[in-house]
Design a protein around this ligand. Structure first.
Ligand code: NAP
Length: 303
């Protein structure tokens, strides 16, 4: 199937382009980006032109930041194209609901991707937790914003979500593996004095679940979810790619490179089945944290 990739920036180059190139399902037939291109692929700088000039392209994958994404998704769906959304799927919950309704009206597939759910050890962790009673869960998601978002001021602008941009990956795993849903009870958010979104957040959920998100970590990065149950403990490390259970040898693979190929395979499946997949559970927790969170001001942040 022919696909157009929109927004040739960091994640497109790091993950989308190699995943599409390696896929038996997809051909990268065009890009839409004001500055970026991919060697050997027809490049458009304008979405409307691409949609008008390439009716053979049936699917559009949007790898731009969340705030501009709605208008691009709406245009693609109205033009009868299937649409794949990077995470977080939009700037607001309501706009994603609107896209879901629009996709149904136009008979096309909409897929709100959550790449961390495709990490190697997430499915085995979910299987192990099923039917168990969880007594405590602790998320530690601490990374270096300068490494993963070099110079990307949009993450600190309204709608950029700040540290929830990576934190939502942890929440996407949590909402996938827990046998029963939890809800946010309290949040502490730290905003740099010169920015609009938090650089750190500590969350407390029902069910004795906590999360510690911080974007100021240098050196080794930490993407851990540790869960205690009445019959033992498990830990997901490396962003859900490695599973440790008691004394057993660890499972999974210590690499994130399986996640995007799995997303593109899933998109192909959804189209074949004429289905959409829209899950906003991780984003509901972020919206709740922004609604309920206590705000404190910390040192200004400069890239
Ligand atoms: P990015 O490099 O800053 O942006 C991607 C591209 O989007 C840019 O190169 C730009 O291309 C286009 N763009 C930026 N602002 C735009 C606007 N206002 N209107 C239209 N196009 C715009 O960001 P990224 O890191 O790739 O992140 C993009 C999405 O992927 C985010 O939702 C992020 O959460 C997700 N993601 C990122 C990472 C990561 O490690 N960075 C990992 C997983 C997922 P042109 O200027 O050429 O148009």
């Amino acid at each position: 199937m022919k696909l157009a990739l929109v927004g040739i920036g960091k994640i497109a180059v790091d993950q989308h382009v190699p995943a599409i190139a390696a896929s038996p399902d997809w051909q990268l037939a065009a890009t839409v980006s004001r500055a970026g291109t991919v060697d050997g692929v027809e490049a458009f700088t304008d979405m409307a032109n691409m949609l008008a000039q390439r009716p053979d392209i049936t699917t559009v994958s949007l790898a731009i930041p969340p705030v501009p994404r709605f208008a691009y998704a709406q245009a693609a769906i109205r033009a009868g194209r299937h649409v794949m959304l990077e995470k977080p799927p939009g700037a607001t919950l309501a706009e994603v609901h609107a896209l879901e309704a629009l996709a149904a009206e136009h008979g096309v597939t909409l897929y709100t991707t959550w790449h961390s759910r495709m990490a190697h050890a997430v499915a085995p962790a979910k299987a192990w937790l099923a039917e168990k009673s969880i007594t405590r869960a602790r998320i530690t998601w601490r990374e270096d914003v300068r490494k993963w978002h070099p110079g990307q001021d949009w993450v600190f602008e309204p709608g950029g979500m700040g540290v929830f941009d990576p934190g939502i990956n942890a929440l996407s795993i949590l909402t996938e593996i827990l046998p029963a849903p939890v809800h946010l009870q309290a949040a502490d958010l730290e905003f740099p004095a010169n920015r609009q979104t938090p650089i750190a957040a500590r969350l407390t959920f029902s069910g004795n679940v906590t999360a510690d998100f911080d974007w100021r970590q240098t050196g080794p990065q930490t993407w851990d979810i540790e869960i205690d149950t009445t019959v033992g403990a498990m830990a997901l490390r490396m962003g859900g790619n490695v599973l440790e259970i008691g004394d057993q040898p660890s499972r999974g693979e210590n690499t994130i490179m399986g996640e995007y190929p799995a997303l593109y395979a899933r998109m192909a499946d959804l189209i074949c089945q004429s289905r959409s997949e829209v899950d906003l559970a991780p984003m509901v927790h972020v919206a709740d944290a922004m609604t309920l969170g206590k705000r404190s001001i910390t040192d200004p942040f400069y890239f």
